[in-house]
Design a protein around this ligand. Structure first.
Ligand SMILES: Cc1ncc(COP(=O)(O)O)c(C=O)c1O
Length: 442
């Protein structure tokens, strides 16, 4: 098993995965009547729900125990911070067979269209454009808004957030984060605005909403565009509506590590059909019809394979969220009262997605954050120091004036203290109990 850039071993990154380009992406854009794919709404229910229900009961039993349980033996297999959710293979196979039959592999095929429709309804957003990943989606979103100069962003994120700015010829200006949410602090944003600022690129870190009311108001007041990196925020609702409807554009990731995955994938959420049409052209080389190219687009299209998987995944996403909620509650309950450990609270969202479980290891905990990380690893549990180091500390950013650590004290402290604990739908209750016991008795 090999590690990806996030250092997360992922089964699908094994050496026998065909490299990009081994399957030619050739397709017709129309589907003949007899080649229609099987309807995904008729997929029968499967044992996955039963397994998840059994885990639910195990959790209830462990949480009823009066004492923190004895950690016992280390897990047989290493436990990583996440494990991609997959639906039963036999539900995916008929869709694959249809792709093989029709040879519609990409270019906005029937599964792509169906997934856009279903996601629009599921998420409650006006328009959505699917992408091959969130990094491409971010770059296209920035291009669609015709930005220039400086963009204010957070140093406390995955590096793709700022990389999208550099790829777009924009200068990241780092601002500090709020100590409660670890999302961009609106006051710090306002202080960072210069005549060269054209936009704000905040991140809904861990799926917790930024202060969207304040940030959108700053955007309006100063004539700045607001693009939310919502890679972590699938399904989150805030003040009665989808969190993805704030700002000018929001970008989702459907990477294997995310709450909803299509192996790789992403999307731009936008407010109207005209904007979607522009974005759809930008993700298709800038083509407007067969012979006309209207912009310097790129290839950001989601393939039929990824879209088909997304359709099957969507059936399970609510059950998976329920399981995440149970695990989140178990950690909070078990770690309550552990001196020196703070579980990051939600940010007041109506519907959370429990995509990560970050704790902050303070100076009154008996071990440093790194020592606790090492202790858990010795036990077969592999949390992540997510996000550490700060983006502003990577070589291509550290010489920017806004990258100075002393200007980003809250983000710097969080990066030194944070540890994300394992959380994923089929994580065993006994493992959660073991993690809690280890942290309580290091
Ligand atoms: C905050 C954030 N932005 C962007 C990305 C990039 O997403 P993708 O891997 O789909 O390109 C990630 C991925 O982990 C992320 O965490």
């Amino acid at each position: 098993m090999q590690a990806n850039a996030r250092n997360l071993p992922l089964a699908e990154e094994s050496a026998d995965v065909p490299s990009r380009g081994t399957v030619e992406a050739l397709s017709a854009t129309t589907t003949p009547e007899d080649a229609r794919p099987p309807s995904t709404s008729s997929i029968p229910s499967t044992p996955v729900q039963a397994v998840l229900r059994r885990l639910e009961q195990e959790f209830a039993r462990i949480l009823e125990a009066p004492e923190v349980p004895n950690p016992g033996a280390a897990p047989a297999e290493p436990i990583f911070v996440t494990r991609p959710f997959l639906p039963p293979l036999d539900e995916f196979t008929p869709l694959l067979e249809s792709i093989w039959r029709t040879r519609v592999l990409t270019n906005g095929g029937p599964y792509h269209r169906e997934l856009e429709d279903r996601l629009r309804d599921h998420l409650g957003v006006p328009e959505i454009a699917l992408f091959n990943n969130a990094t491409t989606a971010l770059i296209v979103a920035l291009r669609a808004l015709h930005l220039s100069g400086e963009v204010i962003t957070t140093p406390y994120s995955f590096v793709a957030t700022s990389h999208a700015l550099l790829w777009s010829g924009l200068t990241p200006v780092f601002a500090d984060v709020d100590p409660d949410t670890l999302n961009l602090d609106p006051a710090a944003i306002e202080a960072a605005i210069t005549p060269r600022t054209s936009a704000i690129l905040p991140v809904h870190c861990y799926g917790h909403p930024c202060d969207v009311e304040a940030i959108d108001a700053i955007g309006r007041r100063h004539g700045l565009k607001v693009i939310y990196d919502a890679a972590h925020a699938f399904g989150v609702r805030h003040r009665g509506r989808s969190l993805l409807t704030y700002g000018d554009l929001s970008v989702l990731s459907f990477h294997a590590t995310k709450v909803f995955n299509t192996f790789e994938g992403g999307a731009v959420v936008c407010g109207d059909a005209t904007r979607k049409d522009q974005i759809d052209k930008l993700k298709n080389f800038g083509h407007d019809g067969e012979t006309c190219v209207v912009d310097i687009g790129m290839n950001g299209k989601m393939s039929e394979l990824n879209a088909a998987l997304g359709l099957v995944q969507l059936k399970y996403v609510d059950t998976a969220l329920d399981r995440r909620r149970t695990i989140d509650a178990a950690y909070r309950e078990g770690l309550r009262g552990v001196r020196g450990v703070r579980c990051l609270d939600d940010a007041g969202e109506d519907t959370a997605n429990y995509s990560y479980f970050p704790i902050l290891v303070g100076p009154d905990y008996p071990l440093s954050r790194d020592a606790l990380n090492d202790a858990l690893k010795r036990d077969g549990i592999h949390p992540r120091r997510y996000f550490y180091p700060l983006i502003s500390e990577f070589p291509m950013y550290r010489s920017l004036p806004s990258a100075r650590r002393d200007l980003l004290p809250v983000a710097a402290l969080a990066a030194d203290r944070v540890l994300c604990l394992p959380i994923y739908p089929d994580l065993d209750a006994a493992v959660v109990a073991r993690v809690i016991a280890r942290i309580a008795n290091p």
